[in-house]
Design a protein around this ligand. Structure first.
Ligand code: ASP
Ligand code: MG
Length: 410
């Protein structure tokens, strides 16, 4: 008998028919002889609707009350799913995050899970119950309800799988797996049969919405056997594991992209030992999240520093820089909006030199100018003009032969 954690996202529980379909899936697993812990999201877009509800009374709701509000979404799904299973004659119990023993840090709206008291769930499992847990929520040591950040039900599922030492954790969603890139944008995108934790973590952090980054972090730290697959169609999904085992000769396994990037250049700063730290601690103190950073030393006196931010933060960033001019002592600020970040990700880069070179040449061959670059061991990101983003992604998808992947069944 295996212990399986199955997570169903918002679309998969979007209406009563779909919840009945989820009940069927769970029943199939139980009839197969396995123990099941189910984690669910709020139905459909109901979390967004709750956010909109709050906006109706205030532009700045307190984080505590937002958590109180948003945590109700998942509570609807757990009870309805439990009723659907009971209607079919199955013994089941629904639990909120706190009832399930999910303890988080004392931080509202984006809390990390710090502990999982598993006795409650294991006791129910021993009595033969199907346990249904509300995703995305937990409780602090002092009894405050918290949420784990948007998309956080994935993290609940993986944390439970880790804590219960489950044999596997299946994330059921509205796509059939992890794709080489967004199939809505690049029609040649291919489903991967396997991807490594590290690659998935890079892609998730670069905005590939298929998995919550913290869920991948958990899976890696506790070696959880994780699969992403469709709740609607019977199809093999994508395995996320220590080392991707299939398509192993791929140097690049995925492409991520995001628009709405702005480049800011702080020109003519004094070239002294504390310049960089002054600039970035000032930005951080004002909650401005900086992505790529480039420093150009002009001469012994002067340096130019460029960084990228999300375009929504432009006005705020310019205000902060202007307000601190007398401390930062720069000569001029320039900015360029309408940019995008396009990244390639693949563990194969570690052992294959020249991957960045191939990327840059490929982009320059189709006339795309690269404005900023950043790299990690398994990632190269470029900032380019937003109008050229799709062309860049299509070009790179082809260059790294991602469209040639054969869909292999395991
Ligand atoms: N319902 C939450 C959200 O929409 C959590 C989740 O679905 O993972 O973000
Ligand atoms: Mg999700």
């Amino acid at each position: 008998m295996a212990l399986v954690v199955q997570k169903f996202g918002g679309t998969s529980v979007g209406n009563i028919e779909r919840i009945k379909n989820v009940a069927n899936r769970v029943i199939n697993t139980v009839e197969n002889g396995d123990q099941v812990v189910v984690v669910v999201s709020a139905m459909g877009k109901s979390t967004d609707e709750l956010v909109a509800l709050a906006k109706g009374v205030t532009e700045k709701p307190s984080k505590r009350e937002m958590d109180m509000l948003l945590s109700t979404g998942e509570q609807v799904t757990i009870s309805i799913l439990a009723m659907a299973l009971q209607e079919r004659g199955y013994d089941t119990v629904s639990l909120t995050g706190w009832q399930a023993g999910i303890i988080t840090e004392a931080c509202h709206s984006n809390a990390r899970i710090v502990n999982f008291e598993k006795e409650k769930i294991t006791n129910y499992l021993t009595t033969g119950k199907i346990v249904i847990v509300a995703g995305f929520q937990g409780v602090t040591e002092s009894g405050e309800i918290t949420t784990l950040g948007r998309g956080g039900s994935d993290t609940t599922a993986v944390a439970l799988a880790a804590g219960l030492k489950a044999d596997r954790c299946d994330i059921f969603t509205d796509v059939t797996g992890v794709f080489t890139t967004d199939p809505r944008v690049v029609k040649e995108a291919r489903k991967l049969s396997s991807i490594s934790y590290d690659e998935m973590l890079e892609l998730a952090n670069l905005g590939a919405g298929v998995l919550h980054p913290r869920a991948v972090e958990f899976a890696k730290n506790f070696q959880v056997k994780l699969t992403v697959r469709s709740s609607m169609v019977e199809e093999e999904g994508t395995m996320i594991e220590e080392e991707a085992s299939v398509e192993e000769n791929l140097v690049v396994r995925g492409l991520a992209f995001e628009s709405n990037v702005t480049k800011i250049s702080v020109c003519g700063m004094p070239n002294n030992i504390s310049g960089l730290s002054n600039l970035f601690t000032t930005l951080a103190a004002n909650n401005i999240n900086v992505d790529i950073i480039i420093q150009n030393v002009i001469d012994s006196e002067n340096t130019n520093i460029s960084f990228s931010i999300n375009s929504e933060k432009l006005t705020e960033t310019l205000e902060v820089l202007e307000g601190n001019r007398s401390v930062l002592l720069y000569e001029e600020i320039q900015h360029e909006t309408g940019l995008a970040k396009v990244s390639i990700v693949g563990s194969g880069m570690i052992s294959n030199p020249g991957v960045a070179g191939i990327m840059f040449k490929s982009l320059s061959d189709v006339g795309i100018l690269i404005k900023m670059v950043s790299t990690s061991e398994i990632k190269v990101s470029t900032v380019i003009d937003q109008n050229e983003m799709v062309k860049a992604v299509e070009t790179l998808h082809k260059e790294f032969k991602l469209d040639e992947i054969k869909v292999l069944q395991r």
